[in-house]
Structure formats: C-alpha cells, structure tokens
Design a protein around this ligand. Structure first.
Ligand SMILES: [Fe+2]
Ligand SMILES: [Fe+2]
Length: 175
C-alpha cells in the first residue's frame, strides 16, 4: 500500500472519532453532568494517536522526504500542514486546560471545552481534506519507488500504543 494510502486510511479512523466528538458536544445539555470520562478518552485518542502517531509520521517521515523531492515548505503545502498541526495542538490544550473546571460545574469552562473542540473538529476535517486531495496527490507524483519502499518500512516501525492498534492495524500492510 502506498504510504499516502496508509495515512488516508488513518484519516478515516480519525474522522470517525471527530464525528463521535461532534455528536457528543451537540447532545450536551447545560444542566447535565459533564461527561469528563468521554473527553478524557477523546483527548487521549487525538493527542496520542492522531498527533502522536499519525501527525508524527507526516512530520518526521513523509514531509522531510517530500522536501527532498522538491515540494516547498515555506509558502507551500507542507508549511500550511505543519501550521495546522500546531493549531490543532493548541485547541487540544485549550480543551484539556478547561476540563477540571468544566467538571466542577463552571459554565464558562464547559463553553470553552465545546468551542475549542468544535474548532478542532472543523480544522482537522479541512486539514484532512487538503492532505487527501492536494498534498498526497503531489506526493504520489514526486515520490520514487525507493522512497515508497523506505516510507512503508519506516511507517511500520512507528510505535503505536496497544490501545490504538485497531486504528493503525493497516500500518502493517505494506504491499
Ligand atoms: Fe496532517
Ligand atoms: Fe494527516
């Protein structure tokens, strides 16, 4: 499987969790008990799988190789993708920073959690669309067969925590 297809398959898993998060936020009644455990679990997935495994493959392995093959970073798609990864991290931090107060009943903190999570969902959906439709197509044109083989090997070696194995099961399919 081409490395960009592996990443696109991970995008599908990330989108499922983005949809879950969106549904949960929309169903939140102001008077209901704050679902702390749900947010903790969602944050764990987005911080340690979407960011820790998936974005790490892009930032540490795919993007540097694309730069070597002539795709510009500054003023180009790689720079935009890196900036969006950072933006996403800032939204996740804002969610995390407000969880304790939201759990204690602060309406302001609950709103901050929801607003940051919604901004994250919107950002990541648009980000994924750009990667799937622009950057990855570019990658398929510039990567050489040796690059593809090397990336497949490197992707397979990326450590995925046990609890996320199901989302990255496709990483072992290198054909
Ligand atoms: Fe990305
Ligand atoms: Fe991605």
């Amino acid at each position: 499987m081409h490395p960009t297809e592996i990443l696109s398959q991970e995008h599908r898993a990330i989108e499922v969790r983005l949809n879950d998060l969106e549904v949960r936020i929309r169903a939140l009644e102001p008077a209901a008990i704050f679902p702390r455990a749900f947010f903790d679990e969602a944050l764990d997935f987005f911080r340690h799988f979407a960011d820790g495994c998936h974005h790490a493959k892009e930032e540490n392995l795919l993007f540097p190789l694309l730069k070597e093959r002539g795709v510009p970073e500054q003023g180009g798609p790689i720079g935009v993708m890196l900036a969006e990864h950072d933006e996403g991290r800032a939204y996740l931090k804002a969610v995390r920073d407000n969880l304790d107060a939201a759990e204690r009943g602060s309406a302001t903190a609950r709103e901050a959690v929801c607003a940051s999570a919604e901004a994250y969902i919107d950002l990541l959906r648009r980000h994924i669309y750009k990667e799937d439709h622009i950057l990855f197509r570019m990658a398929q044109m510039v990567l050489q067969p040796d690059d593809v083989a090397e990336l497949q090997k490197q992707f397979a070696a990326v450590e995925v925590p046990e609890r996320f194995q199901e989302f990255a099961a496709i990483r072992t399919q290198t054909v």
